[in-house]
Design a protein around this ligand. Structure first.
Ligand code: CO
Length: 202
């Protein structure tokens, strides 16, 4: 296991490598950030946003929480989305869930976990809204995987309700919302085809 000293040493070496590869790298990043993408993903350590889409610092604006929930009552998430669309003018918002999500599994179980239950309430609502379909799946793993997917679809719908996003669409701005899922077992992303917004955005 790494120690904190290892992390600081890793950082020093990383900064050195970046500068060697591209001497103006950090200078440019200080000037401006102009990412095209907002990533809304799970906090899970196995789903590191920049790494899995192979993007550099400055290329991805990121919001992560347990089970990639987008709630209109969550000031943190809504403010992040507002900043991304109004100030950074991102063209794509990617809601990315993942199979094997512990938050989704907790919402499927009947047991209670204390404070996190307030957060899981968002997921339990997705679960009840799709109760019939989920009940038909007798295999618990299949049910878990399906709820991971349904959760992404529900959170894409929530993004589409955020006033700053609706305003951008009314203005005719090129902005699309996408629903993706990541598979921990092979490291691959899949587009769930549940997106919203300007389809011609590329
Ligand atoms: Co997760």
């Amino acid at each position: 296991m790494s120690t904190l000293a290892d992390l600081l040493e890793n950082n020093r070496q990383w900064a050195e490598r970046q500068t060697r590869r591209d001497p103006g790298f950090f200078e440019r990043l200080c000037d401006i950030q102009r990412p095209d993408y907002l990533w809304i993903g799970c906090s899970d350590s196995r789903v590191p946003a920049n790494q899995i889409v192979d993007l550099e610092p400055g290329e991805l604006f990121v919001h992560r929480n347990v089970a990639n929930v987008v709630s209109l009552n969550d000031v943190n998430c809504v403010a992040t989305v507002q900043y991304a669309v109004e100030v950074l003018s991102v063209r794509h918002i990617i809601v990315c869930g993942h199979y094997g999500c512990g938050g989704v599994q907790a919402a499927l179980s009947g047991t209670f976990h204390g404070a996190i239950d307030l957060w899981l309430e968002h997921l339990r609502r997705v679960r009840s809204a799709n109760g019939e379909e989920l009940e038909r799946l007798s295999d618990p793993i299949a049910r878990w995987r399906r709820l991971c997917e349904l959760n992404v679809a529900a959170q894409v719908e929530s993004v589409a309700q955020i006033p700053a996003v609706r305003k951008r669409w009314l203005e005719g701005a090129p902005l699309a919302v996408h629903g993706w899922i990541y598979d921990l077992s092979d490291g691959l992303l899949r587009d769930l085809g549940v997106g919203a917004g300007a389809p011609e955005t590329s």
